[in-house]
Ligand binder design. Structure first.
Ligand SMILES: O=C(Nc1ccc2c(c1)CNCC2)c1ccc(F)cc1
Length: 344
């Protein structure tokens, strides 16, 4: 049983066992846990309502986004539990940890490896934008890696909702958006900005970090940092290829009107040079399609007809059933045997 605050974790009893902490963000902590029915690891984001106070809307924003978004490069929401004191957001566990740590360990990435990760980020963002969302807090800490070095985007707490005020926003940085080092000039100047274009700037900063192992705009003094970002001038190390330099220049355009768009990115030669197919960004998942093998195993365990189980899964309630389905599907996708205990 977890330490103090036992009663507040009661909601997890019989469903999950908590292990050590994976990280703690502005919002609360993320703990490693085991989903008991399948024995699979998950990550549980635990948010204390008292501690977030008037930031509660950000949690709702994130939940709305995560319920809608389902993509191979976005960390999958499995289950959502709300109690009087806390939110428990049960997510896909990404055992490779944060991209930030990966870059630090390797200092900087060869162009081919940077491309491998950057393509997946562009696919995730193209999908997010196609649904009218903008992420608005893109940084290496919000990019996680799986065991197979697949990239998974997390933390939609600052994203702009479709048609919401966020899409065109002129709130100054501190009130609404993420880390200054990755923030677009128009955003830090508190001007009107389009979330989509601001995301492209942040992706440019990320690509620079992948390729150079450093940030293009950096200063401990916030005012000087803002000035560097607004000038848009940065150091180009000699090891950068001309095509990398050209792409960075197109992404780190101070004028959002002249900045490359996501659609142009999807076709840019730097992303496609060693790959035949153009970037396929659509999701591989179909909410109306339920994997029959997984549903059959679940029907067996819960003692229901297959058709009934398929119907229940399709409700996508983000309850324990949704979590079980995703975890069994993940086992099947990894070619591993998956079985549930027989009905009690
Ligand atoms: O899996 C996550 N974090 C994670 C996983 C593994 C490791 C870390 C974080 C940190 N370094 C050690 C390895 C994770 C998953 C979802 C989420 F919303 C937040 C974090």
């Amino acid at each position: 049983m977890p330490d103090t605050g036992k009663e507040s974790y009661r909601a997890l009893n019989g469903l999950y066992v908590l292990h050590d902490e994976l990280g703690s963000g502005g919002f609360g902590k993320v703990k490693l846990a085991t989903h008991l029915l399948t024995g699979q690891y998950v990550a549980i984001k635990i948010i204390d309502k008292k501690k977030i106070g008037n930031d509660l809307p950000r949690v709702k924003t994130e939940m709305d986004a995560l319920r809608t978004l389902s993509h191979q490069n976005i960390c999958q929401l499995y289950q959502y539990i709300e109690t009087t004191e806390k939110f428990f957001i049960i997510m896909e566990y990404c055992s490779g940890g944060e991209m930030f740590d990966y870059i630090v360990r390797k200092e900087r990435l060869p162009e081919a490896e940077a491309r491998h990760f950057f393509r997946q980020l562009v696919q995730a963002i193209a999908y997010v934008h196609s649904l009218g969302y903008a992420h608005r807090d893109l940084k290496p800490e919000n990019l996680l890696l799986t065991e197979e070095l697949k990239l998974k985007l997390i933390d939609f707490g600052l994203c702009a909702r479709p048609g919401g005020p966020g899409l065109v926003n002129n709130k100054p940085l501190d009130t609404c958006c993420g880390s200054p080092a990755y923030a677009a000039p128009e955003l830090i100047l508190g001007q009107q900005y389009l979330g989509n274009r601001a995301d492209v700037w942040s992706m440019g900063v990320l690509l620079y970090a992948l390729l150079c192992g450093a940030l293009p705009f950096e200063d401990d003094n916030m005012q000087l940092l803002y000035r560097k970002i607004s000038n848009g001038r940065y150091y180009e190390p000699d090891f950068l290829t001309n095509s990398s330099k050209e792409l960075l220049k197109r992404m780190l355009q101070v004028d959002p009107e002249r900045r490359i768009t996501v659609n142009e990115l999807l076709r840019h030669p730097w992303l496609n040079s060693t790959y035949q197919a153009a970037l396929k960004w659509q999701t591989i998942y179909d909410k109306n399609l339920v994997d029959e093998d997984v549903a059959r195993e679940m029907a067996y365990h819960y003692g229901t007809q297959l058709g009934t189980m398929v119907g229940k899964i399709k409700e996508w309630r983000f309850d324990y059933l949704t979590a079980t389905y995703h975890l069994l599907l993940q086992l099947k996708a990894r070619g591993e045997k998956f079985a549930l205990p027989p009905p009690r």
